[in-house]
Design a protein around this ligand. Structure first.
Ligand code: PLP
Length: 498
């Protein structure tokens, strides 16, 4: 099976090439030329399997140029030892036929681990096939969660180095500690003066500078990208939708063949797009419910067909969904408009020139036949955290709470009582200030981050993840800070190539 670009459908590359390149040279995203189909027997065969076995079954449908033994080793390396739950991504019943899919039992307590634990393996295997034995250098600009998840994923993976830049005043104290205390022999972390955009611009500049590329090549190194639009981050996410379905069948909540709904708290549209691929492959899915916070650009788009990023940007208590441009939407639209890269170039040209576009009525019809959408502000998010804990004794984080609230509104409005899975994307302890505030009914300013963890444990009888608690006594390894202009030198310093 091969891949093409959303902006040039004459392109045809292997999965290894798609993963190594990350983004197509024409600016498009790599998509499969045909989405593999599975039947009921295939789905039934997943039910008794472990998460790793399910991952092997799904990945081998997409990564057809990977040797079988490599997929086996990759999934073992990613999921066998580094997740704190024996099921990797467990399904927890909230009430009746409503379930939560916990995607945050990995090392950084957020769902990005599901993909970023596997990506380094996929990337090193791919790069070996495509470009030989160069050492891969991953460069990341982060506003928080992605940087830590990438550091944990690439830590001590042979043949790779990872360097992360974060804005000194743009991440929470806990996030900063998570990154500056990072262990591993191939990692580097630096703060920069400036905001996230400065970090991002600086990284892009280094990434595309031919002189830097040459200098790295002279030392046997080459840049690659762990960006969220890399196909190697999307494909691992398809797995957990199949796995959730298999878990529900194993629990006796559904029979194989019954339909389910998925509700997904959405930012860049990667997570919910993986659910859409699962549905296209033949997983029995009724509706995909896209949940947004006050940044409701997707709610409007999925209901009206009009995408408009010209709107105020809201900083919310669910920061990983604070986004105005959802990159992965491009992949969905490519598939829905019959693989026309002309149409995609036209739409996304308009987006970059005017900040908006409108899809054709036929495309909107196709969207509406699968997707529902809703949004939820901070006040409702906090009320949901408190309400869900009161009613069901389940503690959810701010992103998950957005999804729970949007799902409840959907169910009330439609009467649709299809068994449902709500994707839970972060541990509640990762967003302790807002979660504690919701439980206490006021902003708790008198406690520091670690005292907040302890207070949530005390109030709820749940346990904070050990890796967050351990940060209290960890001392920072990386104390460097540089200006935007000094970033290139910092890269050489961190790589030890002077
Ligand atoms: C990244 C992230 C999201 C958004 O996921 P997308 O794939 O970008 O839609 C939601 N919740 C959390 C906690 C995240 O880290």
């Amino acid at each position: 099976m091969n891949y093409t670009s959303t902006r040039d459908n004459s392109l045809n590359v292997t999965s290894s090439e798609a993963i190594t390149r990350g983004i197509s040279a024409d600016g498009g995203l790599f998509v499969p030329t045909a989405i593999p189909r599975v039947d009921t027997d295939f789905i039934a065969s997943l039910v008794p399997m472990t998460y790793i076995e399910r991952a092997r079954a799904i990945l081998s449908l997409y990564l057809t140029d990977f040797p079988k033994e490599e997929i086996e080793a990759d999934t073992e390396g990613a999921y066998a030892a580094r997740f704190a739950h024996p099921k990797t991504a467990p399904v927890v019943n909230l009430h009746d036929n409503v379930n939560v899919l916990e995607l945050w039992h990995g090392p950084t307590c957020a769902f990005k681990d599901m993909a970023l634990q596997l990506l380094p393996y996929l990337l090193t295997g791919s790069a070996k096939r495509v470009s030989g034995e160069k050492e891969i250098v991953i460069l990341v600009a982060t506003s928080g969660d992605t940087g830590k998840a990438a550091l944990e994923g690439f830590k001590d993976v042979p043949g790779t180095r990872i360097l992360v830049f974060f804005p000194n005043d743009g991440v929470s104290p806990m996030q900063k500690l998570q990154m500056t205390t990072q262990q591993g022999n191939n990692v580097g972390v630096s703060a920069i003066y400036g905001n996230f955009d400065d970090a991002q611009t600086g990284v892009k500049k280094i990434f595309t500078d031919p002189a830097v590329k040459e200098k790295l090549a002279a030392h046997g190194m080459a840049f690659s990208s762990a960006n969220s639009i890399n196909w190697g981050r999307l494909v691992p996410q398809i797995v957990y939708y199949f796995s959730a379905y298999a878990e529900m069948a194993a629990m006796g909540q559904i029979k194989v063949g019954d339909k389910v709904n998925f509700t997904v708290p959405t930012g860049n549209f990667g997570n919910i797009l993986a659910a859409w691929y699962a549905r296209e492959m033949g997983l029995p899915v009724n509706r995909l419910i896209c949940a947004s916070n006050a940044n409701d650009v997707l709610t409007e788009f999925l209901t009206t067909g009009h995408y408009n990023r010209n709107r105020p940007f809201h900083t919310t208590v669910s920061p990983s969904m604070d986004i105005l441009i959802s990159s992965n939407l491009e992949r969905l639209l490519f598939h829905l408009c019959g693989g026309s890269s002309d149409e995609i170039r036209d739409l996304f040209g308009k987006l970059s020139e005017t900040g908006e576009y409108t899809v054709r009525p036929e495309t909107l019809e196709k969207i509406r036949s699968v997707f529902s959408a809703g949004c939820c502000d901070d006040e409702a998010t906090k009320q949901t955290i408190a309400g869900v804990f009161d009613k069901y004794h389940y503690l959810c984080d701010t992103h998950t709470a957005v999804a729970v609230q949007v799902y409840e509104n959907y169910r009330k409005a439609t009467g649709d009582d299809t068994p449902t899975v709500i994707a839970s994307t972060a541990s509640p302890y990762k967003f302790s200030a807002a979660v504690l505030g919701a439980l206490e009914g006021r902003d708790v300013t008198e406690l520091d981050d670690f005292e907040k963890l302890a207070r949530i444990e005390e109030l709820t009888g749940t346990k904070a993840p050990a890796q967050l608690k351990a940060l209290k006594n960890a001392s920072p390894r990386f104390t460097g800070i540089c200006t935007k202009e000094e970033m290139e030198q910092a890269v050489y310093g961190l790589l030890g190539i002077g």
